[in-house]
Design a protein around this ligand. Structure first.
Ligand SMILES: [Ca+2]
Ligand SMILES: [Ca+2]
Length: 361
C-alpha cells in the first residue's frame, strides 16, 4: 500500500511538472523568443510594416530594402489574413477598401503561370489569392493586395501606379540587435568599435563615443559641453532619421568652431556615410540662423571633427521633419493644364503644358 502511494505521488509530481512546463512554453511563445525593430509588428518569425505613403512598385521594393526588408510576398492563407489585419490597423483613415503593393510580379505575362517575388524567388500563380477575373495579364504586371471588408484578394495592376506598400523582414532572436540591412547580431557587439552589421548600424547609437542615432520628428543637437568649449580630438556624429516620406531640416542657432581645423560636415541621402553625399562643410564663427540645411530624404548625418589644439564653444542646432508635398499623379486631358507649386498660401505659376493629341487614322 505504502509503495503504491509513493508511486502515485511520483506520478502526480511528474504530471504537475509537465503541466507547468507546457504552461511556461505557452506563456513564452514565439512572441517572447523573437523581436522586431520599433514600429514593426511581429507575426510568427517575421516582422511587418505597412507604409502609408504612395510609391510605384519598384520604388516601394527599394524602400523596403533600405530597412533590410523586402516587399511582402505572401505565401500562406494565414499570412494573407495577417497582412490584411496589419494594413487595416495601420491605415489611420480606416477606409473600407483599399490597395497596397505586394512583392510579387507576373513573369512573361503569365505565359508560364509564374510570379516572381521582389527578391527574385519564383512561385506559381496558382498559389495566389486572386480577386474574381484575376490574374489578368492585361491589367498589369505587379501584384497589389485589395482589401474590401474583411477579406483581401490580389489584383494585377500597372507597376507605375502609386500605392501604399508593406515590407516584411526576418525577426531577430530576443535580445539581439537588428541591423538596418536585416542581419541580427549579438547585443554584445553594439558600440565595440567594429562594424559587425556590415552597414555600421551597431556603431550608430553610441553616446559614450559621441555617436547618436535620433529617430523622431525633431530634436536639438549640441556639441559636447556647449556653450562651453568642446574637447580636442573630438569625433562626433549625429544620424538623424525622420519618418519615411519626410525631409529633414537642420537649423543652427549658434555656430563657432576653430576655422578650417574643427569642422562640421552635413551629409544627406542615406543612413550611413557611404550611402550619403556631402551637402556642406562648415567651420569658423558663422551666423547661420537664416540658412536652413535640407535633406531630400528622411536621413541626415552631422559630423563634428576637431584637431588637437584651439577649442571654441561649438554649435547648437535644431532639426525637424517636414512631409514631402511634392509629387502626385498627372492626368493627361485634352484641355490645357496649369501646374502650380505651392508656396505659403499663394500659388506660383511655373509653367504651362499644352498637350497636343495627334490622332492617327
Ligand atoms: Ca560592433
Ligand atoms: Ca581645434
Amino acid at each position: 500500500m505504502k509503495q503504491s502511494t509513493a508511486a502515485n505521488s511520483h506520478w502526480l509530481a511528474a504530471l504537475l511538472s509537465s503541466l507547468l512546463l507546457l504552461n511556461l512554453l505557452h506563456l513564452i511563445g514565439a512572441d517572447e523568443a523573437f523581436s522586431c525593430p520599433n514600429g514593426w509588428e511581429l507575426r510568427g518569425l517575421n516582422c511587418y510594416k505597412y507604409f502609408n505613403i504612395k510609391h510605384s512598385w519598384d520604388k516601394s521594393a527599394e524602400l523596403c530594402r533600405r530597412y533590410g526588408a523586402e516587399l511582402v510576398a505572401i505565401d500562406s492563407y494565414a499570412e494573407n489574413n495577417e497582412t490584411l489585419a496589419i494594413a487595416r490597423a495601420s491605415d489611420p483613415n480606416q477606409r473600407a477598401s483599399d490597395k497596397y503593393w505586394l512583392g510579387l510580379a507576373s513573369l512573361d505575362d503569365l505565359r508560364t503561370n509564374t510570379l516572381e517575388s521582389a527578391s527574385g524567388a519564383l512561385i506559381s500563380q496558382y498559389s495566389g489569392y486572386w480577386s474574381l477575373h484575376q490574374p489578368n495579364a492585361e491589367s498589369g504586371e505587379c501584384v497589389a493586395a485589395a482589401f474590401a471588408g474583411k477579406s483581401q484578394s490580389w489584383d494585377l495592376g500597372t507597376c507605375e501606379s502609386l500605392l501604399p506598400f508593406m515590407c516584411r523582414a526576418q525577426a531577430c532572436p530576443q535580445g539581439s540587435l537588428h541591423c538596418a540591412n536585416g542581419k541580427c547580431i549579438n547585443q554584445a557587439f553594439k558600440c565595440d568599435g567594429s562594424d559587425d552589421c556590415g552597414d555600421g548600424t551597431d556603431e550608430l547609437d553610441c553616446p559614450a563615443q559621441c555617436h547618436y542615432h535620433m529617430q523622431s520628428g525633431g530634436d536639438v543637437i549640441e556639441t559636447p559641453n556647449y556653450p562651453h568649449k568642446y574637447g580636442a580630438l573630438s569625433k562626433c556624429k549625429w544620424t538623424l532619421e525622420g519618418p519615411l516620406g519626410s525631409n529633414i531640416i537642420l537649423q543652427f542657432q549658434d555656430f563657432e568652431t576653430e576655422k578650417t581645423f574643427d569642422t562640421v560636415q552635413i551629409l544627406v541621402g542615406g543612413r550611413t556615410e557611404d550611402k550619403s553625399v556631402s551637402l556642406a562643410t562648415l567651420s569658423g564663427k558663422q551666423d547661420l540662423t537664416t540658412q536652413p540645411f535640407v535633406s531630400a530624404s528622411n536621413f541626415m548625418i552631422v559630423k563634428f571633427t576637431t584637431d588637437g589644439s584651439v577649442e571654441r564653444k561649438g554649435f547648437r542646432a535644431t532639426w525637424k521633419t517636414e512631409a514631402k508635398n511634392c509629387g502626385g499623379t498627372l492626368k493627361a486631358t485634352l484641355q490645357r493644364q496649369i501646374l502650380t507649386r505651392k508656396k505659403s498660401s499663394s500659388s506660383i505659376r511655373i509653367f504651362v503644358i499644352a498637350l497636343t493629341f495627334i490622332r492617327y487614322s
